[in-house]
Design a protein around this ligand. Structure first.
Ligand code: GLN
Ligand code: ZN
Length: 753
């Protein structure tokens, strides 16, 4: 009989225990000892759960207090000098790298944070400086392994592999290949000595386009790493795609098992069929989707496994990637009706599926089993969810629906006269700090402690305060603050038809931050105004323009759990039509600037270049244009994107045809602004002048410098001044100070123009 396993499990805990624990630590409510101990308990509980569910190979090392890449960096001693020099404890140095540090010992920014492949998880990008020696300088992985062994749990240690680590790190990396290889050789050796059987080495970077050089680095690393192995078995675990560029070579190397993704890996099956699978090795078949919440389609999975069994003599049934990307358990969804619930499997339920698949796999008569028959009936239910009117509206779209006129240069002239803003206008990205008070308000509404009316009144009070604060600070374009929104996507999900939302289906986004993605259940439509009330109210309080604040179709889709049986383009256009109605309603209500956030546009860019346009950008950019193509020339359309790594798709961003784009830049050293100049970027731009993911307050001088550098590359008529992203995760005090500095800096630079 085959064994089963998971690539990794959500570490945040079924009730987000880890998040609250770490936040308590940040706030000084608990000390290091309590944090470490409670984290160990959480880990242990998780192993027990997997054991109970009958998972054969239980991962360990997939747990983290902040992020796995950061753990790997610390393990290898990649702690840049400025963090070491703070002289903090090991744990606080770790958190300083993650979040920056500002206090009695110094003032250091956080390491850059980037998207983990095409997911909504973010990792901390390690930085390899000249003192980096790749000596094993942290024993966490061995200690965790020992903890599991002491509980008599047969675990599979997991590490992020050396190739992926190097690929995602910053710094001149080539020189470190031999040291890193040696460090990993040590890890394998030590884990083996401690008794490890399977050692899982995650190399998701193998699913990217690989150059000959990349392949050479990969091979050279593993020649060393695998030379340590005697009794233990090395699993090369890949995910988020297929490894077409290196499949044959990888099969020929000294790995004992290879983990392939059969969900997102379009060519994984074809690779096995075409080149076979090496005798005597184990295929870890990723057949349970680690990134979506629909129940597994056994009518596809079982034949697939049978097909694979013709080539691979040993198969371990596994997930397509770590379950980190799905919520913990459906058990938390006490309010979800059974007619919905039966269609889903969150992380814990996927463990049951792995058990069922294991039982059915190899049974020739699986089609007669009760489990199988029940699944087939479910599938039919889903096919009945289409909304005829919505489908027709999408099918009738024509070129005109996607083209705004006049062109951007013409519009800019018109808008300059109408809006009459100073040069280098200052603004924010939308949200203001979501204080305890605001969160408490929402939760009392949910619990029924206060009524809609009272809630609305309180939110309006917050809006009024926020508008007054912005006027006081002297910002030019104001926002209402987004106090009514729990989350930029969930809020729209709740207000549009077709989405299903959950109570506690949290997924880790970065560090202690979790998001609760809605589920695309049926076809999407707008049945009522969503934002018009609060935005108009905010506008009624001030003469300055207030930005209408919406989330764009691509982001709503990318941050939801999509259908697996409806093409993403269809869903994106359905959402775009709904948001278009809201845009036009805002315009009709007299709102002169409307921001449509596409924070997550870059996120789902296919990992291979050849798929970028065909499979994604063509419809994603079109969906955004559909949202605003029919507004008046004088209405200024803004968009916002998190993370500025869009050098490669800069012309596609320009093609979205917004009037202004704001984006993250402070953490990536502003290199993007040079790219804008070189690309002759048409859209006006507001590269973030300070990092909002950290509580640090930027100085006026620092912002002035950033602006001066930006002005070398962006014409003064096209430059906006704003923070990186929304301010909702920040504290009020640091926010006010930072914004005062921002306005002061803008004034100073303006004066010198
Ligand atoms: N308007 C949103 C906010 O300010 C944008 C958030 C984001 O880009 N992630 O919160
Ligand atoms: Zn953002």
């Amino acid at each position: 009989m085959s064994l089963n396993t998971v690539v990794g499990f959500p570490r945040i805990g079924s009730q987000r225990e880890l998040k609250f624990l770490i936040e308590d630590y940040f706030q000084g409510k608990i000390g290091q000892k309590e944090l470490t101990q409670k984290a160990a308990e959480l880990r242990a509980a998780q192993w027990r759960l997997l054991e109970q569910k009958g998972v054969d190979l239980i991962p360990c090392g997939d747990f983290s207090l902040y992020d796995g890449m950061l753990d790997t960096a610390v393990m290898l001693g990649a702690v840049p000098a400025e963090y070491k020099e703070l002289g903090l404890s090991g744990l606080d140095t770790y958190f300083a790298m993650a979040r920056g540090y500002q206090g009695p010992r110094g003032d250091v920014k956080a390491l850059p944070m980037r998207k983990w492949f095409n997911t909504n998880y973010h990792y901390i990008a390690p930085s390899l400086d000249s003192v980096f020696s790749a000596a094993l300088s942290d024993d966490a992985i061995f200690e965790t392994y020992a903890q599991a062994r002491s509980m008599h749990i047969g675990v599979k240690p997991v590490v992020i592999g050396p190739y992926t680590f190097l690929k995602l790190a910053d710094g001149s990396k080539e020189q470190f290949v031999p040291q890193i290889a040696e460090a990993y050789r040590n890890i394998v050796e030590r884990l083996e000595r401690l008794g490890a059987e399977w050692i899982q080495i995650d190399e998701p970077a193998l699913v990217l386009d690989l150059s000959d050089e990349d392949k050479a680095v990969f091979k050279s690393l593993y020649q060393t790493v695998l030379s340590a192995k005697k009794r233990s078995k090395a699993l090369l675990q890949t995910y988020f795609g297929d490894i077409r560029d290196i499949y044959e070579e990888a099969c020929g190397m000294g790995f004992d098992g290879i983990g392939l993704d059969f969900v997102d890996g379009k060519q994984s099956l074809a690779l096995v069929k075409q080149h076979g699978f090496p005798k005597g090795k184990t295929l870890f078949a990723g057949v349970v989707n680690g990134r979506n919440i629909w129940r597994n389609d056994y009518s596809k999975t079982l034949p697939l496994l049978n097909e694979l069994a013709r080539d691979a003599d040993d198969i371990v049934i596994s997930t397509s990637c770590s379950l980190l990307h799905v919520p913990y358990t459906l058990d938390n969804e006490t309010a979800m009706e059974e007619r919905y619930r039966r269609h889903f499997a969150f992380a814990q339920e996927k463990l049951d599926e792995l058990g069922e698949i294991k039982r059915l796999f190899g049974d020739e008569n699986f089609r007669q089993s009760d489990i199988y028959i029940r699944r087939e009936t479910l599938k039919k239910e889903k096919q009945q969810l289409a909304d005829r009117d919505v489908r027709i509206a999408v099918s009738r779209l024509s070129d005109n629906d996607f083209k705004r006129s006049p062109d951007i240069a013409e519009r800019a002239k018109i808008q300059r006269t109408v809006l009459n803003l100073p040069p280098l206008p200052t603004t924010t990205i939308g949200s203001f700090p979501q204080t305890k008070e605001v969160k408490a308000l929402r939760s009392s509404l949910k619990k029924g402690e206060i009524g809609e009316k009272e809630y609305e009144m309180k939110i309006k009070e917050k809006i009024a305060e926020c508008v007054a604060l912005q006027e006081h600070i002297g910002l030019d374009v104001l926002v209402h603050g987004e106090f009514e929104r729990n989350d930029m996507v969930e809020y729209f999900g709740e207000n549009l038809d077709g989405f299903l939302f959950t109570q506690k289906a949290w997924v880790q986004s970065y560090g202690t931050r979790c998001v609760k993605p809605p589920i695309v259940w049926g076809d999407i439509k707008r049945t009522k105004p969503i934002t018009v009330g609060y935005i108009s109210y905010a506008q009624s309080l001030t003469k300055k323009p207030v930005k209408g604040m919406l989330t764009g179709p691509v982001t709503i889709l990318n941050w939801s759990f999509p259908r697996e049986d409806v093409p993403p383009k269809e869903t994106a256009f359905q959402i775009a039509l709904a948001i278009r109605e809201e845009v036009l309603a805002l315009e009709a209500a007299g709102i002169r600037i409307i921001q449509v956030d596409e924070a997550a546009l870059k996120e789902k860019l296919p990992l291979r270049k050849q798929d970028w346009h065909k499979e994604y950008l063509n419809w994603a950019v079109a969906a955004f244009r559909l949202v605003h193509a029919s507004v008046k020339p004088e209405t200024q359309i803004h968009t916002h994107m998190c993370y500025s790594e869009f050098d490669d798709i800069i012309s596609d961003i320009d093609d979205m045809d917004a009037d202004v784009i704001t984006f993250e830049a402070a953490r990536s050293n502003l290199s993007i602004v040079e790219t804008l100049r070189k690309a002759d970027f048409k859209t006006a731009a507001g590269p973030g002048v300070y990092d909002i993911h950290s509580p640090r307050v930027p100085s006026v001088k620092e912002i002035v410098q950033a602006l001066k550098r930006m002005l070398k590359n962006i014409p003064k008529e096209k430059l906006w001044v704003n923070p990186d992203c929304g301010l909702k995760t920040r504290g009020s005090e640091e926010t006010v100070k930072s914004l005062i500095h921002l306005v002061e800096a803008a004034k100073e630079v303006r004066a010198g123009l």
